[in-house]
Ligand binder design. Structure first.
Ligand SMILES: C[S@@+](CC[C@H](N)C(=O)[O-])C[C@H]1O[C@@H](n2cnc3c(N)ncnc32)[C@H](O)[C@@H]1O
Length: 247
């Protein structure tokens, strides 16, 4: 996992994902939910390179970001000097004060590979939320996505940023030996003056979930599910869940 988000790769991620993800729409999605539940402080877990953070900060939200990768944290901090970003692991973190809401964005739940990882994350989140605080996160829906990648699937993506053209060739295949995992092999290319250069290569094992897994795991960790929203993303079928801490 780490190779994708550090050692210079964070800059490629930052460039390409601004094509893949519409962060304005992402902000509108989370802002609508947080307003609906009357929450004005937020911790974003998996804050990445700060592309979503920018919108929260521009709109004067009481915002903090947390990410496992120090390189992602450094890049978001340099892009947004007014932002509060810190390195940490969602499975074990402690804020100075509790917050009204926590969001886990960009399908960062895919890195909770075991049920112990999920439980540790939910327990940490519980301790860092105000009473009746809101947790909102998205996840890749195994039920739909695995039907699409069954027997293996090649997917090609193109992105452009600052006059640079990028492409990514992915090969995805299910790997259900342990949870609803899938293997994601990817090659990243930069195209300049008709010359295609391989700039990065990654092999990851990531996790998708079915809805009922989350419902049960949240219940076991003292969260009440308020909403489960169909939330298609650029590559995956996803759901977003809104849950409330039961004090
Ligand atoms: C797919 S990226 C999403 C980044 C950002 N939310 C976006 O939409 O651009 C996943 C992020 O989750 C972070 N991450 C992975 N495991 C984590 C963990 N255990 N705790 C906190 N962050 C984690 C990675 O470092 C990476 O920045």
């Amino acid at each position: 996992m780490q190779s994708l988000y550090s050692n210079g790769f964070e800059k490629i991620y930052d460039a390409m994902y601004q094509t893949f993800i519409n962060y304005t729409d992402e902000y509108l999605f989370y802002n609508t939910l947080l307003k609906k539940y009357n929450k004005n402080s937020v911790l974003e877990i998996g804050s990445g390179t700060g592309n979503l953070a920018k919108h929260f900060i521009d709109n004067n939200f009481n915002y903090q970001g947390l990410d496992y990768s120090q390189d992602m944290v450094d890049l978001s901090s340099s892009k947004l000097p007014k932002g509060h970003f810190k390195q940490g692991d969602m499975r074990d973190f402690k804020l100075n004060n509790t917050v009204a809401s926590i969001i886990i964005t960009g399908r960062s739940t895919s890195y909770l590979l075991s049920n112990l990882d999920v439980t540790n994350a939910l327990q940490s989140i519980y301790l860092n939320l105000d009473d009746n605080g809101i947790l909102c996160f998205d996840f890749i829906d195994a039920n739909r996505f695995f039907k699409m990648i069954k027997d293996g699937k090649h997917i090609h993506h193109a992105a452009s940023f600052n006059n640079n053209q990028y492409t990514r060739d992915s090969y995805l295949n299910t790997n259900t030996s342990n949870n609803f995992m899938f293997d994601w092999d990817s090659k990243y290319f930069l195209i300049k003056q008709n010359k295609k250069t391989l700039i990065a290569e990654d092999k990851s094992e990531v996790r998708a979930f079915i809805k009922n897994e989350w419902k049960l795991l949240l219940h076991l960790n003292n969260f009440k599910v308020l909403e489960c929203i169909d939330k298609p993303a650029y590559m995956f079928d996803c759901y977003a869940v809104v849950a409330q801490k039961i004090a």
